[in-house]
Ligand binder design. Structure first.
Ligand SMILES: Nc1nc2c(c(=O)[nH]1)N[C@H]1C(S)=C(S)[C@@H](COP(=O)(O)OP(=O)(O)OC[C@H]3O[C@@H](n4cnc5c(=O)[nH]c(N)nc54)[C@H](O)[C@@H]3O)O[C@H]1N2
Ligand SMILES: Nc1nc2c(c(=O)[nH]1)N[C@H]1C(S)=C(S)[C@@H](COP(=O)(O)OP(=O)(O)OC[C@H]3O[C@@H](n4cnc5c(=O)[nH]c(N)nc54)[C@H](O)[C@@H]3O)O[C@H]1N2
Ligand code: SF4
Ligand SMILES: [Mo]
Length: 883
């Protein structure tokens, strides 16, 4: 059995793997055995034949030696002709700490430029900046136990139930145990708000006003920790005066937020009266053009009430990626240097220079992600190495990024899979991935856990640290990159954290600097700071001492800014789905994770949809200053008026026009450089498709449906389902039998069975090879006239007799299918649950659990199961904001 850590979110759940069994590690303090569906399905992401297994130079495979030499030469060339600032690296919170450490050392220490930034810029930069402003260092003060021990959990700009499911479960367990109240602050109704005691569905972008009003109310209601502030906090008067400036009238605040005044007062009451408050926050706070102010407006309320550093209280930035924290520890952001030292102090630079023996070390911050890709587009950066991230899909204005990579003279990409980014690379390096590589990650509560390998990397794939070290040596820095194992790298990283530290920096893991290889192999989950063997600290700031020059925490004045209201402009919010991970390079290959939401979509309030002429289930084109997408419309009263939502996940691997990054604004927060990924000005128009279609195939087919065709596809355990639509007449799309066969990905030898009803423009084709049903294409003028795809999918790849062929074409074949996966942990389809409800066999969540096990693992599907029960009872849905 191997103990390891999940590859996905920043909860950092421990797992055990033995043979083909994966389970939650009951001993890991992040999850105590719990897992969500993404973690539980990790083994199905291994062993795919589409993995990158050899280095590529252009379209040709190459040996590692050739590829690494070329990378070293490419970087050296740029440095020789255009200086070190013409080189950049763009890395990822999904690399292991050891990978990250070597990349940062190579770039900042030896290439001598700080142009290394990470996708954490899109994710955590505002929290990092907010922490540094408030505490003097990038510190998350709390620990997960605080979630078990709080009496009020404020969940701001976070869809915890979907994005950090195991933490959400800890909150729900706390509510069971001690009656913890949960308040959700989100402009959308989400699975998280459905499970809350109070939902403040504020206008997007108004959080600072809300927390300023809270601060002013805490003062007015006598909840300020005067003694504590006098001793440990600076900036209170300014912060309060700024907060009071626009919040004197609660009625006006409520109307600016566009929420119920009673709900707002309820929130103020609970916060005022409750000692143990944790405020959890993530991208609805960070990803904003004033994200750092949002973060500090939250921290202000905790500092003002001394609700920090004690059990069950504190501001809690939940990190997204599995190693967002590890990357911050090594200094992976362009404005950090290493080990929580930055460039603001020449002593830091000198210290790291001596430690690394790096005379050429960078002495000033480098370019942050958005500026970095702009510099690539403008030719100021001539060579870039991208590792463990897919910026051609995930960056704002992704088409600019693609153009920039096309134009850049030298692009290196290391990834496990072909992606939209590897498509633009001069050199592609095959990376070993989760399960195959070994090292450490740090989760949201500063806990370092081992990721351990338990299988071999496919082909010639190699760990990232090895690639960076090999290139460092080939560039002439033999001694600095002599690493032979992650353990050695980790020791050096730990030693740097302790080097001349003497308590100046809280990030100190000196106790691990002498860990031998065996100790590294058996390292137990460990929280930092950990300077000496007996000095591990779980919760910080209990003593009121902060790592600022005067030892005091700082409250920051955060003037409220309200978003502009412009008629006819919709505000596009983007984010995550329950079962998908980012650009779907892994989750998009797992059928049970794809089936919950098979298509990219746009959520829009029914009244806005009606005004624009959009129909539920139809297609819409959404457009911004940067680009456009075509998405399936879901009219949904859970959206606010004039605010629309689209998932960030789809790329051109899974859909023709679902990628949303091409639209998203490049506006950034001036302090953190984090892009405003939740607020793009956009407009929407209906798309009138002339026909709709479904293609089923027994293999993984590559789309070749040409222009004018909308498609999105989902993998089956064996095969593909694609949903299609087109705006040119069908005759133009399928003008010959050859074209039809091409469209269906079948050969001239495949037997083609057809059913055509010209009067209704209904066309149905099935491809049969040696009696086996290999492909089907159904076309009709309207989506509703297409057959039930689940039912037919159950026959794909199977032998079909003459009767079945007929019923196939009649669209009534198959065994009914299971409907969309509602519980991904136990692969329970919606249809089975609906049938059981309809028959009266199940009436409660407990009944469903007993019959199907659905909802008994991660619990993420419980709100949807409740909706089904509710619909079954035919009651009108609950309304209002107080649940
Ligand atoms: N299933 C799944 N889980 C994941 C990931 C994934 O891809 N899939 N990714 C991981 C990563 S890297 C990250 S960073 C986290 C992100 O985790 P979250 O931050 O929870 O996820 P998002 O969906 O990006 O955004 C959260 C919420 O912010 C809300 N929001 C938008 N604008 C505002 C606003 O102005 N104010 C407020 N208060 N809220 C607003 C959105 O409506 C959305 O519901 O998830 C991690 N976990
Ligand atoms: N519109 C919009 N855009 C967003 C966001 C949003 O909310 N809205 N959220 C932003 C946030 S918070 C984040 S974190 C980013 C995420 O955006 P990305 O980082 O671009 O997304 P991923 O799909 O996780 O990309 C990770 C890549 O690394 C590869 N990989 C996995 N393991 C390894 C490894 O060990 N080594 C190497 N070399 N490669 C590996 C995967 O195959 C994948 O291609 O997206 C950001 N972009
Ligand atoms: S909550 Fe889910 S995705 Fe996050 S670490 Fe745990 S198992 Fe992995
Ligand atoms: Mo993230």
């Amino acid at each position: 059995m191997t103990r390891t850590t999940c590859a996905y979110c920043g909860v950092g759940c421990g797992l055990t793997v033995s043979g083909s069994t994966l389970a939650g590690d009951p001993k890991h303090p992040a999850n105590f055995g719990r897992l969500c569906a993404k973690g539980a399905s990790l083994l199905s992401t291994l062993g795919h034949d589409e993995r990158l297994v050899e280095p590529f130079i252009g379209p040709e495979t190459a040996s590692w030696d050739e590829a690494l030499k070329l990378v070293a030469r490419g970087l050296q060339n740029a440095i020789a002709h255009h200086g070190p600032e013409s080189v950049a690296m763009y890395v990822s919170g999904q690399l292991l700490t050891e990978d990250y450490y070597v990349a940062n050392k190579l770039m900042k220490g030896f290439i001598g430029s700080a142009n290394i930034d990470t996708n954490s810029r899109l994710c955590m930069a505002s929290s990092v900046a907010g922490h540094i402003r408030a505490f003097g260092e990038d510190i998350v003060p709390g620990t997960y136990e605080d979630l078990d021990e709080c009496d009020l959990a404020v969940v701001a700009g976070s869809n915890l139930a979907w994005c950090h499911p195991v933490l959400h479960q800890r909150l729900l367990a706390a509510r069971e145990k001690r009656g913890t109240k949960i308040v959700v602050i989100d402009p959308r109704r989400t699975a998280t708000s459905d499970a809350a005691d109070l939902h403040l569905q504020l206008r997007a972008g108004t959080d600072v006003l809300l927390f300023n009003a809270l601060l002013a109310q805490l003062d007015a209601r006598g909840a300020i920790g005067q003694g504590w502030i006098a001793q440990y906090v600076s900036g209170f008067d300014d912060a309060l005066a700024t907060a009071q400036a626009s919040t004197a009238n609660i009625g006006e605040v409520a109307s600016a937020l566009d929420i119920d005044r009673a709900a707002l007062e309820q929130f103020f009451d609970w916060f005022t009266r409750t000692e143990r408050v944790v405020t959890l926050y993530s991208q609805g706070i960070n990803q904003s053009d004033h994200g750092t102010d949002k973060v500090n407006s939250i921290i202000n309320c905790h500092l003002a009430t001394a609700r920090i550093g004690q059990p069950g209280m504190g501001p809690f930035s939940v990190t997204g990626q599995p190693n967002a924290m590890g990357g911050r520890e090594v200094g992976g952001l362009a404005n950090q240097l290493a080990a929580h030292m930055d460039f603001s102090n020449p002593e830091n630079v000198d210290r790291v220079r001596r430690f690394w023996r790096a005379p050429n070390i960078a002495t000033r911050p480098g370019l942050k992600a958005v500026e970095m890709f702009r510099a690539v587009a403008e030719g100021r950066i001539r060579a870039i190495w991208i590792a463990g991230t897919n910026p051609a899909a995930s960056m704002p204005n992704a088409s600019l990024v693609r153009g920039a990579l096309e134009r850049c003279p030298f692009v290196v990409v290391s990834d496990c899979w072909p992606t939209d980014t590897t498509a633009h690379a001069d050199v592609v390096l095959p990376a070993a991935g989760w399960g195959e590589k070994t090292g450490t990650v740090t989760n949201s509560e500063r806990r370092i856990s081992r990721q351990r390998n338990f299988c071999a990397a496919p082909g010639n794939a190699k760990p990232d640290w090895w690639m960076f070290a090999e290139v460092g040596r080939r560039m002439g820095w033999q001694d600095a990159f002599l690493f032979t194992s992650p353990a050695g790298i980790f020791r050096e990283h730990a030693a740097l954290s302790a080097f001349e530290n003497r308590g100046a920096r809280i990030f100190d893991i000196g106790a691990l600097a002498d860990l031998d290889d065996a100790g590294y192999d058996t390292l137990q989950p460990t929280q930092w700071p950990f300077p000496k063997a007996d000095q591990m600290q779980s919760r910080l700031f209990a003593d009121g001492h902060f790592p600022t020059p005067d030892g005091r925490a700082r409250m920051i004045a955060t003037p409220a800014r309200l978003p502009k209201r412009e008629p006819d402009v919709l505000r596009l919010n983007t984010g995550r789905l329950r079962d998908q991970w980012h650009t779907m390079t892994r989750t998009g290959r797992v059928p049970q994770l794809m089936s919950h939401t098979p298509e990219p979509f746009l959520d829009i309030h029914p009244a806005d949809a009606a005004a624009i002429g959009l129909a539920d289930g139809g297609l819409a084109q959404i457009e911004s200053q940067h680009g456009r997408s075509i998405l399936r419309v879901r009219t949904d009263a859970r959206q606010r008026r004039a605010e629309i939502f689209a998932p960030m996940h789809w790329t051109n691997t899974h859909s023709s026009s679902g990628p949303i990054g091409g639209l998203v604004t490049m506006r950034t927060d001036p302090i953190s450089g984090q892009p405003d990924l939740k607020a793009t000005e956009a407009s929407v128009v209906p798309i009138h498709a002339q026909w709709h279609g479904i293609l089923l195939h027994c293999a993984s087919v590559t789309p070749c449906w040409g222009d004018g065709v909308y498609w999105s596809r989902v993998p089956l355990t064996k095969g593909t389902i694609a949903r299609l639509a087109g705006w040119n007449s069908l005759k133009d799309v399928i003008h010959s039998e050859d074209r039809l066969r091409g469209f269906m990905s079948i050969t001239p030898e495949t037997e083609l069975v057809a059913y055509i009803d010209p009067a209704r423009s209904v066309f149905r084709y099935a491809g049969v090879e040696n009696g086996v049903f290999v492909a089907a294409l159904f076309l009709a003028p309207a989506n509703l006239e297409l057959p039930d795809v689940d039912a037919i999918a159950s026959l794909i790849g199977k032998s079909v007799d003459a009767r079945q062929r007929l019923s196939l074409l009649a669209g009534i074949a198959g065994h009914g299918g299971s409907g969309k996966t509602i519980c991904a942990c136990f692969s329970v389809g919606e249809r089975a649950v609906k049938n059981a409800i309809g028959s009266g066999r199940v009436r409660t969540i407990a009944d469903i659990a007993a019959e199907f096990r659905a909802g008994t693992n991660c619990g993420v599907c419980i709100p949807e199961l409740k909706d089904l029960l509710h619909a079954g009872k035919c009651q009108s849905p609950k309304t209002g904001t107080l649940n």
